[in-house]
Design a protein around this ligand. Structure first.
Ligand code: CA
Ligand code: CA
Ligand code: CA
Length: 327
Protein backbone atom coordinates (compact mmCIF):
# COMPACT_ATOMS: atom_id res chain seq x y z
CA UNK A 1 0.00 0.00 0.00
CA UNK A 2 2.78 2.34 0.98
CA UNK A 3 4.65 1.71 -2.30
CA UNK A 4 1.47 2.48 -4.26
CA UNK A 5 1.20 5.83 -2.52
CA UNK A 6 4.85 6.55 -3.30
CA UNK A 7 4.31 5.58 -6.93
CA UNK A 8 1.30 7.88 -7.15
CA UNK A 9 3.34 10.73 -5.68
CA UNK A 10 6.17 10.12 -8.15
CA UNK A 11 3.76 9.99 -11.10
CA UNK A 12 2.10 13.20 -10.02
CA UNK A 13 5.49 14.91 -10.33
CA UNK A 14 5.95 13.76 -13.94
CA UNK A 15 4.60 16.28 -16.45
CA UNK A 16 1.29 15.22 -17.98
CA UNK A 17 2.65 15.14 -21.49
CA UNK A 18 4.99 12.26 -20.67
CA UNK A 19 2.18 10.12 -19.31
CA UNK A 20 -0.08 10.80 -22.28
CA UNK A 21 -0.28 7.85 -24.67
CA UNK A 22 0.92 8.43 -28.21
CA UNK A 23 -2.22 9.14 -30.31
CA UNK A 24 -3.29 6.34 -32.65
CA UNK A 25 -3.50 7.32 -36.29
CA UNK A 26 -4.49 5.76 -39.61
CA UNK A 27 -5.29 6.71 -43.19
CA UNK A 28 -9.03 6.48 -43.88
CA UNK A 29 -11.31 7.15 -46.83
CA UNK A 30 -13.83 9.99 -46.55
CA UNK A 31 -16.59 7.37 -46.78
CA UNK A 32 -15.28 5.39 -43.78
CA UNK A 33 -14.68 8.59 -41.83
CA UNK A 34 -18.14 10.11 -42.44
CA UNK A 35 -20.17 6.93 -41.74
CA UNK A 36 -23.25 7.51 -39.55
CA UNK A 37 -25.81 5.48 -37.62
CA UNK A 38 -29.58 5.61 -38.02
CA UNK A 39 -29.84 8.87 -36.09
CA UNK A 40 -27.08 10.59 -38.09
CA UNK A 41 -24.43 10.32 -35.36
CA UNK A 42 -20.90 9.58 -36.53
CA UNK A 43 -19.55 6.12 -35.79
CA UNK A 44 -15.86 6.43 -36.70
CA UNK A 45 -13.70 6.18 -33.55
CA UNK A 46 -11.04 3.60 -34.49
CA UNK A 47 -8.14 6.02 -33.98
CA UNK A 48 -7.44 9.33 -32.22
CA UNK A 49 -6.17 10.99 -35.40
CA UNK A 50 -6.74 10.39 -39.11
CA UNK A 51 -5.07 11.02 -42.45
CA UNK A 52 -7.38 11.91 -45.36
CA UNK A 53 -6.58 12.70 -48.98
CA UNK A 54 -8.75 14.49 -51.49
CA UNK A 55 -9.32 17.42 -53.84
CA UNK A 56 -9.53 20.91 -52.34
CA UNK A 57 -12.85 22.49 -53.41
CA UNK A 58 -12.55 26.22 -52.71
CA UNK A 59 -10.54 29.14 -51.33
CA UNK A 60 -10.95 29.23 -47.53
CA UNK A 61 -11.43 33.01 -47.26
CA UNK A 62 -14.40 32.81 -49.69
CA UNK A 63 -16.22 30.78 -47.01
CA UNK A 64 -15.35 32.13 -43.56
CA UNK A 65 -13.70 35.33 -42.37
CA UNK A 66 -10.17 34.73 -41.04
CA UNK A 67 -9.73 38.31 -39.76
CA UNK A 68 -8.37 37.93 -36.20
CA UNK A 69 -10.50 39.41 -33.41
CA UNK A 70 -9.76 38.30 -29.87
CA UNK A 71 -12.20 40.70 -28.18
CA UNK A 72 -14.07 38.92 -25.41
CA UNK A 73 -17.73 39.94 -25.59
CA UNK A 74 -20.84 38.94 -23.69
CA UNK A 75 -22.35 37.62 -26.88
CA UNK A 76 -20.54 35.07 -28.98
CA UNK A 77 -17.42 36.24 -30.71
CA UNK A 78 -15.84 33.35 -32.54
CA UNK A 79 -12.89 35.47 -33.66
CA UNK A 80 -11.19 34.62 -36.93
CA UNK A 81 -12.49 31.47 -38.62
CA UNK A 82 -11.09 29.31 -41.36
CA UNK A 83 -12.57 26.30 -43.16
CA UNK A 84 -11.92 24.16 -46.20
CA UNK A 85 -13.83 21.30 -47.82
CA UNK A 86 -12.05 18.56 -49.76
CA UNK A 87 -13.68 15.59 -51.45
CA UNK A 88 -12.69 11.96 -52.02
CA UNK A 89 -11.82 10.60 -55.44
CA UNK A 90 -13.11 7.71 -57.59
CA UNK A 91 -15.29 5.37 -55.49
CA UNK A 92 -14.69 7.34 -52.29
CA UNK A 93 -17.97 9.23 -52.70
CA UNK A 94 -17.80 11.54 -49.66
CA UNK A 95 -15.97 14.61 -48.44
CA UNK A 96 -14.76 16.29 -45.28
CA UNK A 97 -14.42 19.79 -43.82
CA UNK A 98 -11.37 21.05 -41.94
CA UNK A 99 -12.22 23.80 -39.43
CA UNK A 100 -10.04 26.17 -37.47
CA UNK A 101 -11.35 28.89 -35.16
CA UNK A 102 -9.60 31.55 -33.11
CA UNK A 103 -11.82 31.60 -30.01
CA UNK A 104 -13.66 28.80 -28.30
CA UNK A 105 -15.43 30.91 -25.71
CA UNK A 106 -18.72 29.92 -27.26
CA UNK A 107 -18.17 26.59 -25.51
CA UNK A 108 -19.17 26.59 -21.84
CA UNK A 109 -16.39 24.21 -20.80
CA UNK A 110 -13.62 26.35 -22.23
CA UNK A 111 -12.41 29.39 -20.32
CA UNK A 112 -13.01 32.78 -21.99
CA UNK A 113 -9.30 33.11 -22.67
CA UNK A 114 -9.15 29.78 -24.49
CA UNK A 115 -8.17 29.86 -28.12
CA UNK A 116 -5.63 32.26 -29.59
CA UNK A 117 -4.65 35.90 -29.31
CA UNK A 118 -4.61 37.79 -32.62
CA UNK A 119 -0.86 37.34 -32.93
CA UNK A 120 -1.07 33.62 -32.15
CA UNK A 121 -3.92 33.12 -34.62
CA UNK A 122 -1.97 34.83 -37.41
CA UNK A 123 1.01 32.62 -36.69
CA UNK A 124 -1.23 29.49 -36.78
CA UNK A 125 -2.62 30.55 -40.18
CA UNK A 126 0.87 31.20 -41.52
CA UNK A 127 1.95 27.78 -40.27
CA UNK A 128 -0.91 26.26 -42.32
CA UNK A 129 0.19 28.49 -45.23
CA UNK A 130 -2.91 27.73 -47.25
CA UNK A 131 -2.09 30.42 -49.82
CA UNK A 132 0.08 27.72 -51.41
CA UNK A 133 -3.03 25.61 -52.23
CA UNK A 134 -5.64 26.18 -54.94
CA UNK A 135 -9.02 24.59 -55.64
CA UNK A 136 -8.33 21.43 -57.64
CA UNK A 137 -5.14 20.53 -55.78
CA UNK A 138 -4.85 17.08 -54.19
CA UNK A 139 -4.08 17.55 -50.50
CA UNK A 140 -3.45 15.33 -47.48
CA UNK A 141 -4.79 16.41 -44.09
CA UNK A 142 -3.64 14.87 -40.81
CA UNK A 143 -5.32 15.70 -37.51
CA UNK A 144 -7.75 15.14 -34.68
CA UNK A 145 -11.49 15.41 -35.32
CA UNK A 146 -14.84 16.27 -33.75
CA UNK A 147 -18.40 15.77 -34.89
CA UNK A 148 -20.30 19.03 -35.48
CA UNK A 149 -23.96 19.25 -36.54
CA UNK A 150 -23.86 16.26 -38.86
CA UNK A 151 -20.31 16.40 -40.22
CA UNK A 152 -17.15 14.83 -38.79
CA UNK A 153 -14.67 17.71 -39.05
CA UNK A 154 -10.91 17.65 -38.77
CA UNK A 155 -9.89 20.30 -36.25
CA UNK A 156 -7.82 20.89 -33.11
CA UNK A 157 -10.63 19.62 -30.87
CA UNK A 158 -10.68 23.20 -29.55
CA UNK A 159 -7.33 22.59 -27.89
CA UNK A 160 -4.61 25.19 -28.43
CA UNK A 161 -1.80 22.91 -27.30
CA UNK A 162 0.57 22.49 -30.30
CA UNK A 163 0.20 18.69 -30.06
CA UNK A 164 -3.34 19.23 -31.43
CA UNK A 165 -2.21 21.03 -34.58
CA UNK A 166 -3.46 19.55 -37.84
CA UNK A 167 -1.31 19.63 -40.96
CA UNK A 168 -2.09 20.05 -44.68
CA UNK A 169 0.32 18.77 -47.30
CA UNK A 170 0.25 19.26 -51.05
CA UNK A 171 0.19 15.83 -52.72
CA UNK A 172 -0.23 17.02 -56.31
CA UNK A 173 -0.85 20.48 -57.68
CA UNK A 174 -3.53 21.16 -60.28
CA UNK A 175 -5.15 17.72 -60.47
CA UNK A 176 -8.37 19.63 -61.23
CA UNK A 177 -11.80 19.84 -59.70
CA UNK A 178 -14.03 16.98 -60.70
CA UNK A 179 -17.12 17.95 -62.64
CA UNK A 180 -19.98 18.94 -60.26
CA UNK A 181 -22.50 16.10 -60.04
CA UNK A 182 -25.96 17.09 -61.31
CA UNK A 183 -28.56 16.48 -58.60
CA UNK A 184 -32.31 17.16 -58.65
CA UNK A 185 -34.24 18.49 -55.67
CA UNK A 186 -36.31 15.28 -55.92
CA UNK A 187 -33.20 13.39 -54.80
CA UNK A 188 -32.67 15.72 -51.85
CA UNK A 189 -36.23 16.33 -50.61
CA UNK A 190 -39.16 13.93 -50.08
CA UNK A 191 -42.83 14.34 -51.01
CA UNK A 192 -43.50 16.69 -48.10
CA UNK A 193 -40.35 18.76 -48.80
CA UNK A 194 -38.35 17.24 -45.91
CA UNK A 195 -34.64 16.45 -46.35
CA UNK A 196 -33.95 12.91 -47.60
CA UNK A 197 -31.73 11.28 -44.97
CA UNK A 198 -30.28 7.86 -45.84
CA UNK A 199 -28.04 6.52 -43.04
CA UNK A 200 -26.25 4.20 -45.51
CA UNK A 201 -25.14 7.43 -47.28
CA UNK A 202 -25.87 5.85 -50.67
CA UNK A 203 -28.56 8.39 -51.59
CA UNK A 204 -30.16 11.65 -50.49
CA UNK A 205 -28.33 14.56 -48.88
CA UNK A 206 -25.72 12.43 -47.04
CA UNK A 207 -24.53 10.95 -50.35
CA UNK A 208 -23.50 14.41 -51.54
CA UNK A 209 -22.38 15.91 -48.22
CA UNK A 210 -19.14 17.94 -48.55
CA UNK A 211 -19.08 17.42 -52.33
CA UNK A 212 -19.46 19.69 -55.33
CA UNK A 213 -22.93 19.45 -56.89
CA UNK A 214 -25.06 21.25 -59.47
CA UNK A 215 -28.82 21.84 -59.34
CA UNK A 216 -30.32 22.91 -62.66
CA UNK A 217 -33.38 24.93 -63.63
CA UNK A 218 -34.39 26.49 -60.31
CA UNK A 219 -35.63 29.91 -59.24
CA UNK A 220 -35.66 31.83 -55.99
CA UNK A 221 -38.39 31.17 -53.45
CA UNK A 222 -36.63 33.71 -51.22
CA UNK A 223 -33.67 35.94 -52.10
CA UNK A 224 -34.27 38.75 -49.58
CA UNK A 225 -31.02 38.01 -47.75
CA UNK A 226 -28.82 38.29 -50.87
CA UNK A 227 -25.34 39.44 -49.89
CA UNK A 228 -22.25 38.13 -48.07
CA UNK A 229 -23.16 35.17 -45.80
CA UNK A 230 -26.78 35.45 -46.96
CA UNK A 231 -29.31 32.63 -46.60
CA UNK A 232 -31.55 32.09 -49.62
CA UNK A 233 -34.09 29.51 -50.75
CA UNK A 234 -34.31 27.96 -54.22
CA UNK A 235 -37.18 25.93 -55.66
CA UNK A 236 -37.95 23.80 -58.71
CA UNK A 237 -41.64 24.65 -58.33
CA UNK A 238 -42.44 21.88 -55.86
CA UNK A 239 -39.36 21.24 -53.67
CA UNK A 240 -37.22 23.87 -51.97
CA UNK A 241 -33.58 23.89 -50.85
CA UNK A 242 -31.55 26.37 -48.75
CA UNK A 243 -28.56 28.15 -50.31
CA UNK A 244 -25.88 29.72 -48.15
CA UNK A 245 -23.78 32.44 -49.78
CA UNK A 246 -20.13 32.85 -48.86
CA UNK A 247 -18.04 35.98 -48.84
CA UNK A 248 -16.27 35.94 -52.21
CA UNK A 249 -15.44 39.29 -53.85
CA UNK A 250 -18.25 38.93 -56.40
CA UNK A 251 -20.88 38.60 -53.68
CA UNK A 252 -19.62 41.77 -52.02
CA UNK A 253 -19.36 43.63 -55.30
CA UNK A 254 -22.46 42.49 -57.17
CA UNK A 255 -26.19 42.26 -56.68
CA UNK A 256 -28.65 39.53 -57.57
CA UNK A 257 -28.88 39.76 -61.38
CA UNK A 258 -29.78 36.10 -62.00
CA UNK A 259 -32.25 35.18 -64.72
CA UNK A 260 -35.67 34.04 -63.58
CA UNK A 261 -34.51 30.42 -63.95
CA UNK A 262 -30.89 29.52 -63.30
CA UNK A 263 -28.49 26.75 -62.23
CA UNK A 264 -26.57 26.59 -58.94
CA UNK A 265 -23.18 24.98 -58.28
CA UNK A 266 -21.97 24.67 -54.72
CA UNK A 267 -20.85 22.39 -51.90
CA UNK A 268 -23.43 20.32 -50.04
CA UNK A 269 -23.06 21.36 -46.40
CA UNK A 270 -24.84 20.20 -43.28
CA UNK A 271 -25.37 22.13 -40.06
CA UNK A 272 -28.25 20.37 -38.35
CA UNK A 273 -28.54 20.00 -34.60
CA UNK A 274 -30.74 16.92 -35.09
CA UNK A 275 -28.06 15.43 -37.43
CA UNK A 276 -30.60 14.32 -40.05
CA UNK A 277 -31.47 17.76 -41.47
CA UNK A 278 -29.94 21.22 -41.85
CA UNK A 279 -28.50 20.55 -45.31
CA UNK A 280 -27.72 23.51 -47.55
CA UNK A 281 -25.88 24.34 -50.74
CA UNK A 282 -22.86 26.55 -49.98
CA UNK A 283 -21.98 28.96 -52.82
CA UNK A 284 -18.81 30.89 -52.02
CA UNK A 285 -18.63 33.34 -54.88
CA UNK A 286 -20.59 34.66 -57.88
CA UNK A 287 -19.23 36.43 -60.95
CA UNK A 288 -22.48 38.05 -62.11
CA UNK A 289 -22.90 35.88 -65.25
CA UNK A 290 -26.71 35.79 -64.86
CA UNK A 291 -27.37 32.11 -65.55
CA UNK A 292 -25.31 30.10 -63.04
CA UNK A 293 -25.02 30.97 -59.35
CA UNK A 294 -21.49 29.69 -58.72
CA UNK A 295 -17.89 30.69 -58.27
CA UNK A 296 -15.83 30.97 -61.45
CA UNK A 297 -13.65 27.94 -60.65
CA UNK A 298 -16.75 25.79 -60.13
CA UNK A 299 -18.24 26.98 -63.44
CA UNK A 300 -14.99 26.10 -65.18
CA UNK A 301 -15.05 22.63 -63.61
CA UNK A 302 -18.56 22.22 -64.99
CA UNK A 303 -17.64 23.22 -68.58
CA UNK A 304 -14.35 21.57 -69.53
CA UNK A 305 -13.05 23.17 -72.72
CA UNK A 306 -15.17 26.30 -72.45
CA UNK A 307 -12.19 28.33 -71.29
CA UNK A 308 -13.82 31.75 -71.73
CA UNK A 309 -17.12 30.56 -70.18
CA UNK A 310 -19.34 31.91 -72.94
CA UNK A 311 -21.36 28.70 -73.19
CA UNK A 312 -19.79 27.26 -76.37
CA UNK A 313 -16.55 25.41 -77.02
CA UNK A 314 -14.94 26.88 -80.13
CA UNK A 315 -11.78 28.43 -81.60
CA UNK A 316 -11.96 31.36 -79.16
CA UNK A 317 -11.42 28.95 -76.28
CA UNK A 318 -8.44 27.46 -78.09
CA UNK A 319 -6.93 30.91 -78.66
CA UNK A 320 -7.45 31.86 -75.04
CA UNK A 321 -5.90 28.59 -73.94
CA UNK A 322 -2.75 28.89 -76.07
CA UNK A 323 -2.29 32.50 -74.97
CA UNK A 324 -1.49 31.04 -71.55
CA UNK A 325 1.49 29.20 -73.00
CA UNK A 326 4.69 30.91 -74.19
CA UNK A 327 5.41 30.01 -77.84
CA1 CA B 1 -24.20 14.07 -42.09
CA1 CA C 1 -2.60 24.96 -32.95
CA1 CA D 1 -16.17 29.27 -75.00
Amino acid sequence: MKSLIVLTMVLSLVPNTILKAVPTITEVSHSEFQAVDGSGEHVYNATDMVILEGILLHNPADMLDPTPDDTITETFNLGGQWQIFFQGEEDDHAGTAVFFGQLYNNLPWVSPDGGYSNEEFISELSRLNTAQFSPGDRIRVTGYYLSYKGKLNINEQHNNNPDHDFTIELVERGVGLSRPEVVTLDELKDDIDEFVFDPTRQSGCEYYQARLIKVEGVYFADANDWGPNGELLITDGSKTFPVKLGRGNGIYAGSNNLNETFDVIGIMDQEGTDLTSGYRLYVMNYDGNGSILASREHRMADKPGDVNLDGVVDIDDFIEMIEDWPM
